[in-house]
Design a protein around this ligand. Sequence first.
Ligand SMILES: [Zn+2]
Ligand SMILES: [Zn+2]
Length: 196
Amino acid sequence: MLDGLLTTFKDEITLKEIGWTCSTIFFNTLVTLAGYKLFQHGVIIFHLNFSVTELLADFLLLIVAMDFMMYVFHWAIHKLHALYRYHDLHHQYNNPTAVSLFVLHPVEVLGFGGLWLCLLTAIDFSIYAIILYLMFNVAMGIIGHLRKEFIPASVKNHTFFQWLANTGFHVDHHQYQQYNFGFYTKVWDRIFGTLK
Ligand SMILES: [Zn+2]
Ligand SMILES: [Zn+2]
């Protein structure tokens, strides 16, 4: 059974993907260190007092702001030829796995990281909202790169999921690259006419 699992693992995930994943973790760590330096110098400020209202308000603001900025960045990296060569690496996987989420060129990692640091510099957020958002971000990234939709069709057809990104939404982007540039929601794709 273990042999079978290892064979499946080798079939699904390549050494190349693992190498790019290590690279992405390294460059994300550099972004985090840059953020720490900005925090030390008082450029980035966090609210430390716990309040449920502030937590929820900041969490929603983080989702809306990052979803919009990442939509624009993702759209631009597809449309600008000089930039697409960096994003092409991620699109080598028409049928992505959860690990494909981390197959990103360092330029792209630093681009997304730069957006994140700009937002943290512009607005002072609750540290608890930041922690919640970071967990949400990884969860949505993994959900977007699973091959199978794990939400039952009956639930998926609910109005709520017409606005929230799901597995099929991002897998469709891997197969039809001119559509579905959003990450957390379908809002910006609906507004700008890029929803498949
Ligand atoms: Zn893309
Ligand atoms: Zn992807």
